[in-house]
Write a protein that binds this ligand. Structure first.
Ligand code: RFL
Ligand code: PHB
Length: 401
């Protein structure tokens, strides 16, 4: 079996890259460990930067996103009950974000891939990239009991944080940077109308909370919880009770509750692997970096990696310029580190670290610094503009000539 680009992973990174490459006539095959339904069962991101939305349009898969996605001109931060508006549109000269679930984008990309007759192997086991430093790499895998070897020119490792691609780079050829946070987010999805027309990020003594949404009739809420908590510890009733305590009072008063459709706990982590290219293997999205979800940046950073790799592959095949692949890692990492910094900063300001480890200062001092930091940024228009500029997303970098 042969293709130009072998893509490992059918999450949003792999599917979007596959669609863009196919549009340029670059052949690709996707190998995914689990079933399509399993991929679609992961409830994750909800906020898309304009750059992401434009890339989905370029891929020709934006019809439903443009019809059903909700453009958000701003969001709110509440700090111990007081509400502050971050006017994204006003503060950034007209930029906005789109509220449209990762599940929906993934579904649209899967449908488009199937309609275009492009090959995806779901439930591919033992996926293994080989000879990535040579001119003829390949990927071996098992499917329905048969063993396969997929010969290719390049491999895109879009297989998330727990994938095989990053591990293919020898340990002495990569550097990993990490911060693990001492708490997680408990998320709940319900068919209830959102409590507010915009997202609200809530800093509260009891811990952080986020009020988000998927549509006019579907809400997504999150609570900061200790890492020791289990989903089973949290009945729906306990979740709603705790959420009401952390939301601004007037919002809590209007909160509509209902049975959960999904509930899960996600740990918070900042992680970067450098470099993001090794020979003919490229790491894309969560395979190379993880951010805590506080800045809504994870999926959006995956999209900017895809945009960069797409430009590079197009130049390789259309302009016969194989040398340009060495640009990938530096360009991707510049934007990644900015997203990492923003997500880390927002997480520090908005969560309650309690008595937990906060680096080389005591917890009480750290808490005061963060309170003062948030107070300054929220009460200054320049401060709010700094938050807004990062939240809508920095521009994508072009390749060097
Ligand atoms: P994914 O989505 O993890 O997909 C990787 C795919 O690779 C497959 N795979 C393998 N396939 C073959 N062989 C192997 N050995 C394999 N190992 C793994 C997996 O089965 C999977 O299908 O990575 P990708 O495509 O890079 O996409 C990244 C995003 O999913 C992620 O960054 C975001 O969901 C992060 N995120 C958010 N990002 C945003 O931009 N805005 C948000 O509002 C936002 N909210 C969130 C989030 C992530 C969350 N969680 C649960 C971590 C909220 C939450 C709660
Ligand atoms: C979500 O709706 O799932 C969501 C929105 C914003 C975030 C994180 C998650 O920062």
């Amino acid at each position: 079996m042969k293709t130009q680009v072998a893509i490992i992973g059918a999450g949003p990174s792999g599917l979007l890259l596959g669609q863009l490459l196919a549009k340029q006539g670059i052949s690709n095959i996707i190998l995914e460990r689990v079933t399509g339904d399993y991929v679609l069962g992961r409830i994750r991101a909800g906020i898309l930067e304009q750059g992401f939305a434009d890339l989905v349009r370029e891929a020709g898969v934006a019809e439903r996103m443009d019809a059903d996605g909700d453009v958000h001109d701003g969001f709110e931060i509440s700090a111990n009950g007081e509400r502050y508006h971050i006017d994204l549109k006003g503060l950034t000269g007209g930029k906005t974000v789109v509220c449209y679930g990762q599940v929906e984008i993934t579904q649209d990309l899967m449908d488009a891939r199937e309609a275009a007759g492009l090959t995806t192997y779901y439930e591919a086991a033992d996926v293994q990239p080989l000879n990535v430093k040579s001119d003829s790499p390949s990927v071996t895998f098992t499917h329905a009991g048969e063993q396969y070897e997929l010969e290719c020119d390049y491999i895109a490792g879009c297989d998330g944080f727990h994938g095989v691609s990053r591990q293919t780079i020898p340990a002495d050829k990569r550097t990993e940077f990490e911060r693990v946070y001492p708490f997680g987010w408990l998320g709940l999805l319900s068919d209830t109308p959102p409590c507010n027309s915009e997202l609200i990020y809530c800093k509260h003594e009891r811990g952080f909370a986020l009020a988000s949404m998927r549509s006019e009739t579907r809400s997504r809420y999150y609570l900061q919880v200790p890492l020791t908590d289990k989903v089973e510890d949290w009945s729906d009733e306990a979740f709603w009770d705790e959420l009401k305590k952390r939301l601004p009072e007037d919002v809590a008063a209007g909160l509509v509750t209902g049975p959960s459709i999904e509930k899960s706990i996600a740990p918070l982590r900042s992680f970067v692997c450098e470099p993001m290219q090794y020979g003919r293997l490229f790491l894309v999205g969560d395979a190379a970096h993880i951010v805590p979800p506080t800045g809504a940046k994870g999926l959006n950073l995956a999209a900017s990696d895809v945009a960069t790799l797409y430009k590079i592959m197009t130049r390789v095949y259309k302009d016969n310029d194989p040398e340009c692949i060495t640009q990938y890692s530096d360009i991707a990492l510049r934007r990644v580190w900015n997203g990492e910094r923003f997500s880390w900063w927002m997480s520090n300001m908005l969560h309650n670290f309690g008595q937990m480890e906060t680096g080389d200062m005591d917890a009480a001092t750290f808490k005061r610094f963060m309170e003062s930091e948030l107070d300054y940024y929220l009460n200054s228009e320049n401060g709010r503009r700094v938050i807004a500029e990062q939240y809508v997303g920095l521009p994508y970098e072009e390749l060097a000539p």
